[in-house]
Write a protein of this length. Structure first.
Length: 425
């Protein structure tokens, strides 16, 4: 969804879709770091809220404040690195617009909307004069906030229909929950998981004449329930899955991306919030993201199958997982398996596809054979003066190309490289 929204607001000229897809990820690198740190502090305050909450210091209030600050920081920094000229003024306008949006549309603090506001700001300033763009951004944001408020009940009803479909199917419910929840995760849409974490779709029980609903609330109350196994335990295997994904993908990244990825990964493992990690993977390779969603369903299915109970109350980070597990042999054994699955699945999809080949780029007929012989657009990383750097040089058809292969670089005629740059670089 985010991909197509971004692409639809690109310039009217023949655009390089790969560059657009990469551009927003690069613009978000600072946002990724700051948001990961915010989520880490939020998880810390959630922990303090559970353990030491009192009337003097409300740690839950501090956590909520950070939850509101995260999308604002994303709106500011993403816009700052997207736009050209008067960066600070445009980024501040994006931040102000995001503040207006979340003040009107109070039902969600998803950073997804902050990204959309950044893209809107980028588009308006690229195509309109400063004053017109500023007024249009503020007006559009306000209309969008009112529209989201109006449509939220319909969205909530849709989520309830999906939750009804998923629930009460035994082990299959776990697999469906894992897949759908992972599919929603990069957009930070928590309404679906909340139906199972805090509401009756995650089972109910009576304790001290109080009805307790939701898997997380049942776990907090010390009540044993199959819903904890079905909807919480799989998260533990999912955390180890991303350990494998990180181990494999980290080797493929360059420069500052590696630093950003370390921060995102550390925050996800320590705090249990995998949303930014999944968003980063989605930008890097949609194929890999979809494969992770499929494997995550396997994580929840296996947890339900072996009846391992690993509950959590404030995120599901690695330390919370280890302290709450009831079957350490199953936890450790199957976790090692999922680390290996994450590693090899990532290695396969990244080497074979890299950035999704679904991102079709206009290429003239005279260059199509050359691009195909190089392993496709998704196999091209960057162009140098007289060489092309590739993800997987084994995909190169040396018979069709008059070239020289040096590690992951292809040396060929400069005129051909210049022609390719016009449409791909």
């Amino acid at each position: 969804m985010l991909l197509f929204i971004f692409l639809s607001i690109g310039n009217n000229r023949c655009m390089n879709i790969y560059s657009n897809f990469n551009k927003i990820k690069n613009a978000m690198l600072a946002s990724f770091i700051i948001s990961s740190l915010i989520f880490a502090f939020k998880a810390f305050f959630d922990f303090l809220s559970v353990k030491f909450n009192n009337d003097i210091v409300s740690f839950s209030a501090l956590s909520s404040s950070l939850e509101f600050f995260a999308p604002l920081s994303i709106a500011f920094f993403t816009t700052f690195y997207l736009v050209k000229g008067r960066k600070s003024a445009k980024a501040l306008l994006s931040l102000f617009s995001a503040f207006i949006f979340y003040s009107v549309f109070t039902q969600s603090k998803s950073y997804f909307f902050a990204i959309l506001i950044s893209l809107l700001t980028y588009y308006c300033y690229e195509n309109l004069n400063f004053i017109t763009a500023t007024l249009l951004i503020i007006l559009s944001t306000l209309i969008f906030a009112v529209l989201c408020t109006f449509l939220f009940d319909y969205y909530n009803n849709l989520i309830m229909v999906m939750a009804t479909f998923v629930s009460n199917k035994g082990n299959v419910s776990s697999a469906l929950f894992g897949f759908i929840n992972s599919l929603f995760s990069p957009f930070d849409f928590s309404n679906f998981e909340n139906m199972f974490y805090y509401k009756s779709f995650g089972s109910t029980a009576l304790s001290d004449n109080h009805i307790i609903s939701g898997a997380v609330n049942l776990f907090k109350a010390g009540i044993k329930s199959n819903s904890i196994i079905n909807y919480l335990s799989g998260h533990s295997y999912l955390i180890f899955l991303i350990v494998g994904v990180f181990s494999s993908l980290f080797k493929e990244l360059k420069g500052v991306e590696k630093i950003v990825f370390i921060v995102i990964f550390s925050s996800a493992v320590l705090c249990g919030n995998i949303n930014l990690f999944m968003l980063f993977v989605l930008f890097e390779s949609p194929y890999l993201f979809l494969s992770m969603c499929a494997v995550s369903s396997l994580c929840y299915f296996c947890a339900s199958l072996v009846k391992i109970s690993v509950g959590f109350s404030f995120g599901g980070g690695i330390f919370e997982i280890l302290s709450n597990a009831d079957k350490y042999v199953y936890l450790v054994t199957v976790s090692i398996v999922f680390v290996a699955i994450g590693y090899f699945v990532t290695k396969y999809f990244y080497e074979k596809y890299g950035i999704s080949s679904l991102l079709n780029i206009y290429i003239p007929n005279k260059l199509k054979n050359t691009v195909s012989s190089l392993g496709g657009v998704q196999n091209i990383i960057r162009f140098n003066d007289n060489s092309i750097e590739l993800r997987n040089p084994k995909l190169v058809d040396e018979i069709k190309l008059d070239c020289e292969i040096r590690e992951n670089k292809i040396i060929m005629e400069k005129s051909i490289i210049d022609d390719l740059k016009e449409y791909i670089a």
